[in-house]
Design a protein around this ligand. Structure first.
Ligand SMILES: Cc1ncc(COP(=O)(O)O)c(C=O)c1O
Length: 414
């Protein structure tokens, strides 16, 4: 039997594509271990943005002149790339939004306000980023629906044994969960939750912000109804993201933002809506950013999502092993085989901000805070954690520098 090894990437070579790494921070090479919050941008994406502005920029879907048609073709070309990237059935299922947050708000408002009411249950999890929690809490409050929580076990994984008891409490109408947790790196069982949601007659809304950059995504295989993600977390520009949604749902829903090109006909008495996706793209869109998003998809696809996933897996296993030897450290989250390239921890009683500041003095950038996951922090019994997160350009020696910095922090705050 042929043994196939996972595809490999060459992080050292890829780093040369990222101009940000040419600088030093406090006289040391930049060790950027905060890619879960936002990634850096490779030259092909930066060059595409410049080339687009210099040669093809105009507003889209408005002019009949050559430049507008060229710009529209680039914008719609990016939509096609995104559709292929998540295995959508049609590019019409891709809505350009400002980011995952706006995509999730779109679903909560456009679907939730109309379809939720008293007696309905909206099920979220203790692992959600505020972007997939607060909109549901708010819309449930406005419609009289009840918010229910799937809790975590001690490993930081969802306890699905509660599903039957939740279903017994009312009509489950929405299940909302991230595919990968930004705070703990947990990879969640979306296929199972989608199947359960559909058995209940509910929609399954997936926050894919931490998944799409790091592993191959197939929305059809996930069995979900909506999937939101952001360009800036996968080598693309800020202020653009995509919401994938099932076409029949997108067609049946009300619009979210109103105005601009999202209409079919406007009279004093009444307005009718344009076709999907235009119906959800009111006003001038982030045009160049969408084109840059397409270039980012090309970049990560050329590197290979499987290779990215394997690289991060190796780094995470290495980091968990090395960090475990730091005296006083408390590590959160599941074992490496069930998590993405994210490691959260606390260093004894030292405040996470102090730890991050000591590391910064050595050029190592990590996150300190609640990671927009206050319900999770409450569950963990802490106000904040430190978080190191990895991407295709992360090197093992940067993890060594992280560990050295933690030893240093212990000495500084002894
Ligand atoms: C899991 C998760 N969901 C949603 C978001 C929000 O993404 P954005 O700020 O790009 O809208 C983030 C960003 O950190 C995230 O990690």
């Amino acid at each position: 039997m042929a043994v196939t090894s996972p595809p490999k990437l060459d992080a050292r070579k890829l780093r040369a594509d990222f101009p940000i790494f040419e600088q030093q921070i406090h006289g040391k090479p930049l060790a950027y271990l905060d890619s879960a919050v936002s990634t850096h941008k490779p030259r092909p994406v930066l060059e595409k943005l410049t080339e687009f502005y210099e040669t093809s920029y105009a507003n889209v879907h408005r002019g009949v002149y050559t430049l507008s048609e060229r710009s529209t073709a680039e914008y719609e070309g990016a939509r096609q790339k995104l559709a292929q990237f998540v295995n959508a059935r049609s590019e019409r299922e891709i809505i350009f939004v400002r980011g995952a947050t706006e995509g999730l708000n779109l679903v909560a408002y456009a679907w939730g306000l109309v379809n939720l009411g008293p007696g309905d249950l909206v099920v979220v999890t203790e692992l959600e980023h505020h972007s997939n929690f607060v909109p549901w809490q708010y819309i449930a409050g406005r419609t009289g629906a009840t918010l229910k929580m799937i809790r975590l076990d001690d490993n930081g994984e969802l306890d699905l044994s509660v599903l039957d008891s939740i279903a017994a409490e009312g009509r489950v109408k929405v299940v909302a969960n991230n595919l990968v947790s930004n705070a703990l790196g947990t990879i969640n069982p979306i296929e199972k939750l989608s199947a359960w949601a559909h058995e209940q007659g509910a929609i399954m809304v997936v926050d894919g912000a931490q998944a799409a950059p790091h592993k191959a995504v197939d929305v059809q295989a996930l069995g979900c109804d909506f999937f939101a993600f952001s360009a800036h977390k996968m080598c693309g520009p800020t202020s653009v993201g995509a919401l994938w949604g099932r076409l029949d749902l997108l067609e049946s829903m009300e619009p979210f933002n109103l105005g601009g090109h999202m209409i079919r006909k406007v009279t004093f008495e009444k307005t009718t809506w344009g076709e999907v996706p235009a119906k959800y793209e009111a006003g001038t869109q982030p045009i160049a950013e969408a084109v840059g998003f397409g270039a980012a998809v090309d970049y990560v696809t050329a590197v290979g999502l499987e290779a990215i996933e394997a690289h991060e897996h190796e780094l995470t296993a290495y980091a968990l092993e090395k960090l475990a030897d730091v005296p006083g450290i408390k590590l959160y989250g599941p074992p490496p085989e069930r998590r993405a390239g994210i490691v959260s921890f606390n260093l004894g009683e030292i405040h996470p901000h102090d730890v991050a500041q000591v590391l910064d003095s050595d050029g190592v950038a990590i996150r300190a805070g609640h990671h927009c996951c206050q319900p999770l922090m409450h569950k963990l019994g802490v106000a904040a954690t430190n978080r190191a997160s990895f991407y295709l350009y992360t090197l093992p020696e940067e993890i060594d520098r992280l560990v050295d910095g933690l030893h240093k922090a212990r000495k500084v705050f002894a």
